[in-house]
Ligand binder design. Structure first.
Ligand SMILES: [Zn+2]
Length: 272
């Protein structure tokens, strides 16, 4: 299958559409220290655009700097659920003042694995969702083991007006269909390259290719082949190939579909 994508010099075929890494933390170590190399690797590996989600308010300025320096980098400002306690009035109004310079609000959501109480996470999630709906921006949702509650919050806050994506999706196909009904895409991470990710394999198998987008979540969730190293956008090809294999389609067709869905849910990404 690789010969479809690469010629003998490891150069991508002419009609390669350019992958969009919908979730990579280029502003964080160790990627931020080698950014020129990381982006050159990405380009060589057929990744044309990167969406960088917000984690901590202290990172927002750094993200804006990256977006100013690199035309293929698109920020999404927000406060990660692990820092939900920081989502006070001052920071939310700061977020409101810069959010429109980004392509989405994120990453926001619920994760019971963090020590911060779910009630506090829910408040930060709802506040940022309201901001997204008021600005007409899609949302990048972080959700682990709280899918029903996340779905209810998205429904109650009118998330269907803006849509977005379920980042590094780890739920069931049934839940995925509920998110899709709200206008969300299901984002597949490098976990799909691991043999023991049976639930995720099933999700990819059961959902339509048209509902899927790709992400690295770099520097985390490194695909199987590069395990032990920090993840980077260039490794997105591993995830694409795994998705194409499970769907039984040509990687080029999968690349086209994932790119089109990414641009549909995050229309602020400028291509071409
Ligand atoms: Zn993330």
């Amino acid at each position: 299958m690789e010969t479809v994508l690469l010629n003998e010099d490891n150069v991508l075929c002419d009609e390669w559409p350019g992958l969009i890494d919908t979730h990579c933390h280029l502003d964080l170590e160790p990627l931020s220290a080698h950014l020129a190399d990381v982006l050159a690797n990405a380009e060589r590996a057929g990744v044309s655009h990167c969406v960088v989600p917000g984690v901590h308010p202290d990172g927002w300025e750094r993200m804006a700097g990256l977006a100013g320096r690199y035309k293929q980098v698109f920020p999404a400002y927000g406060i990660h659920p692990m820092h939900a306690g920081l989502a006070d009035d001052d920071r939310l109004s700061h977020l409101a003042s810069i959010a429109a310079a980004g392509v989405a609000i994120g990453e926001i959501g619920l994760d019971p694995a963090y020590t911060i109480p779910l009630e506090r996470q829910e408040r930060a999630f709802r506040d940022q969702l309201r901001l997204a709906v008021s600005l007409g921006l899609p949302v990048l949702v972080h959700c682990r083991r709280a899918f029903q509650r996340t779905l209810r919050i998205l429904q109650e806050e009118g998330a269907h007006h803006v849509g977005g994506l379920m980042h590094a999706y780890s739920g069931s196909s049934e839940m995925a269909r509920e998110f899709i009904r709200l206008g969300f895409a299901i984002s597949i991470s490098g976990m799909v390259t691991r043999n023991n990710s049976l639930r995720l394999h099933r999700v990819v198998h059961e959902l339509a290719l048209e509902e899927l987008v790709l992400e690295t979540d770099a520097p985390d969730l490194t695909p199987q082949r590069y395990r032990g190293r920090p993840n980077q956008p260039a490794y997105l090809m591993e995830t694409l190939q795994a998705v194409a294999r499970i769907k039984g389609v040509d990687p080029l067709a999968a690349a086209r579909s994932c790119r089109a869905r990414s641009l549909a849910v995050i229309p602020g990404i400028q291509v071409g």
